[in-house]
Design a protein around this ligand. Structure first.
Ligand code: SAH
Length: 356
């Protein structure tokens, strides 16, 4: 068991592994097995108050409440905005006044929850609203897990899929992200299959290398967006830090070590990366690599001059990849509302706050 002092005061219950929760219960004078009941309240019952755990002794509840952050204070829903296609964006308040976004995307009888990993983003991809305000801080594990719990409350059941495609770069917050993914996966936590949890990176090479050695079954998604270094640099400053060649070497090493498929995200920008020559360059780049490609027509943002390609251009790009045997999907995006993409709801909220 852990020493009582190693549990940081005022951390969230959602930051603790089942073993750490048991240690916190013992440090509060309870028996370790009580943590199983508490875990059921946290992840199954999704209660927002320690007092709601009716089969837990009042003294233990109070001791835990004094030691850990309020259950509803970890990521409190400030606003829920319903977009087209049934998508719901949750704007969440954190304990220090910061805000993040979580998106619920329903598809048939399933729900995918898109979680944020940081408050803002440091990577400044040209077309992405998340980087407009820079990065303030990384999220704690509990703030990531709590997003999935808040979404589950809203959906009324456990999410089917989790994607780390909200605000922030997951591999710039590696430890908290991996711990959160493990807690979402743990049957004593949210119990979501590892292959239903996708971690998406803009191309942070050391993170890819590290994930390859974890022995986990989480899905890896790489935001590629361009088939050449010159083009990629124009969209993504991260390409100067970790060039395309190093990124692809890390991806090939990842698939070799894990025997897993990588998904490459490719945002189509009209007249920029959506031509047949780009499709051919992409096919050459991915040759022999176990992967699939997910094409995303650009979601327009006011701060980026690029345009969404004509749907026919997207279909031609798709057909070109398919003919070459590249497993490809084209996201025919729903919810092209004003706030539909990544970081846009938070962006609007911050802008209104600073400039009412
Ligand atoms: N930082 C991570 C995860 C967050 S972004 C990453 O870059 O992968 C999730 C995906 O949405 C990325 O592929 C990103 O490039 C894409 N995206 C962001 N803004 C977009 C926009 N305006 N239109 C289309 N895709 C966008």
């Amino acid at each position: 068991t852990m020493d009582a002092d190693t549990v940081e005061p005022m951390d969230s219950a959602y930051s603790l592994t089942p073993e750490e929760l048991a240690a916190a219960v013992e440090a509060c004078g309870g028996q370790a097995w009580r943590a199983t009941q508490i875990g059921q309240w946290l992840y199954g019952g999704r209660v927002e108050r320690w007092d709601a755990m009716t089969n837990v002794a009042a003294a233990l509840r109070q001791a835990l409440a004094a030691r850990l952050r309020d259950l509803d204070g970890t990521a409190r829903v400030r606003e829920a905005a319903e977009e087209g296609g049934g998508t719901t964006k949750l704007l969440l308040d954190l304990h220090d006044g910061e805000m993040i976004e979580t998106v619920i995307i329903p598809a048939r009888d399933r729900a995918t929850v898109c979680v944020s990993s940081q408050v803002g983003c440091a990577f400044h991809c040209a077309f992405c609203a998340s980087g407009l305000h820079g990065v303030t801080r990384s999220l704690a594990c509990g703030e990531i897990v709590a997003q999935a719990v808040r979404a589950a409350q809203r959906i009324g059941s456990r999410p089917d899929n989790i994607v780390f495609m909200g605000i922030g770069e997951p591999f710039a917050n590696y430890d908290a992200v991996l711990k959160a993914a493990r807690l979402m996966n743990d049957p004593r936590g949210l119990g979501i299959g590892a292959r239903k949890i996708t971690i998406s990176t803009c191309g942070v090479v050391p993170g890819i290398a590290r994930l390859a050695g974890e022995g986990t079954q989480f899905e890896l998604s790489v935001s590629l967006h361009a088939p050449t270094q010159a083009l990629r640099e124009k969209l993504m400053p991260v390409a100067s830090q970790w060039p395309l060649e190093a990124l692809m070497a890390a991806c090939r090493d990842y698939t070799a070590r894990t025997n897993r498929i990588i998904t490459f995200e490719y945002t189509l920008v009209a007249g920029f990366n959506d031509g047949p020559e780009h499709a051919r360059a992409l096919i050459a780049l991915l040759k022999g690599l176990k992967c699939r490609v997910n094409l995303i027509p650009l979601n327009p943002v006011a701060e980026f001059a690029g345009k969404t390609p004509d749907p026919r251009v997207c279909e031609v790009f798709l057909a070109c990849l398919e003919r070459a045997g590249v497993n490809t999907t084209l996201r025919r995006s729903k919810g092209r509302g004003v706030n539909a993409s990544c970081g846009q709801l938070r962006h609007r909220s911050l802008r209104d706050r600073n400039d009412p």
